[in-house]
Design a protein around this ligand. Sequence first.
Ligand code: NIG
Ligand code: FE
Length: 410
Amino acid sequence: MKSVAVLHASQLVTLAGPPRPRVGDEMSDLAIIRDGGMLIRDGKIEKVGPSDEIEKQAGDAQVVDAKGRVVLPGFVDAHTHLVFAGNRLDDFERRAKGESYEQIAAAGGGIWSTVEKTRAASDVDLFEQAKKHAQWFLKCGTTTVEAKSGYGLTVNDELEILRTIQRVTQETPLECVPTFLGAHAIPREHQTPEYVDLIVNEMLPRVAEDKLAEFCDVFCERGYFDLEQSRKVLTAAKKLGLKLRMHADQLTNSGAAKLAAELGATTADHLEKTDERGIAAMKSANVQPVLLPGSVYALGSTCYPRAREMMEAGLAVVLATDFNPGSAPTPSMPMVLSLACTQMKMSPGETITASTINAAHSLGRGDKIGSLEAGKLANFAIFDCEDYRELAYWFGFSQTHSVYVRGERV
Ligand code: NIG
Ligand code: FE
């Protein structure tokens, strides 16, 4: 039995609390232990407490001395597009000259250009690039990500992306929770209705049969999938046992948040354009909002989602990167925390809850990760600062000291 004793965290940010997503004032309660420590056995947390108590029980455990640094649960990033080929530097430069995301997509850039590169990439190259992305996440202190397909848009290419996601979980320390996003864009070779049929009749049954995804997502947006098409895909997915997430109200307020509520989706993501009616609908169905300020920032917009109103309504808000080559080329959760504090007026404590325990619950893993409590996986990060608020305060450089998955340094 391998034992590890983590000692002398200036703050051991445990997020211990009720076994459910945190809402309202609970989001500010991080259950911090000063000069904290924890005992880990076989990759799981056995005990959490003041350092001197942990030290007494450490026996021959290997000691990890945090030396007055902050220790946090590994970040849980509940919305990423982990697997794709290439980048979108041309789109980036065009946006810098003033063109919009939608204009660039219409002119041949956008999601479609990444689909072409992803289809053309070999399995080996796709996996190599995914491994590189996985390393980036780990370096930023993230130990679990939700990972979507969506840059293949044929049966075989979508399955290939989902298998690549599975390999990242198997062959790297980063755990991925797979989501099928065949409804990410309309491929050039199809009209929308026939592509929706392909998703429903061919892609989804294969995804479910091969158990390649836990969730199904749809980009419900003008020019992509409208409410009815989104409903069709998500209803079919639900029948096959998949849970639902949705790209909702990102560029226009189309009523997607309401659809998420109607279908009992686990999350509605983006929500930049969601109004009070959408917020009320989400509340009535306990949908968790996943807010993605990194994509608002990178698109050069100032229209951030109404985070405070959502928290005041009692919603269990989640923060995520939306890591993707087009609208959010960042794997950095600390950057997202900074944006959430400065642009969305969340408090530093609320941002930590939104990116750990609430995110874990949104992925159906609230009993395993997202907090430092006895019985959970020993996934944690040590940061080179003394106060957790420094994570959102200093920005633009990494404060990661070291990262551990199941008690092992990665
Ligand atoms: O979440 N909105 C749709 N999907 C991504 C963007 C993907 C891309 O531009 O490649 C998003 O922002
Ligand atoms: Fe996204």
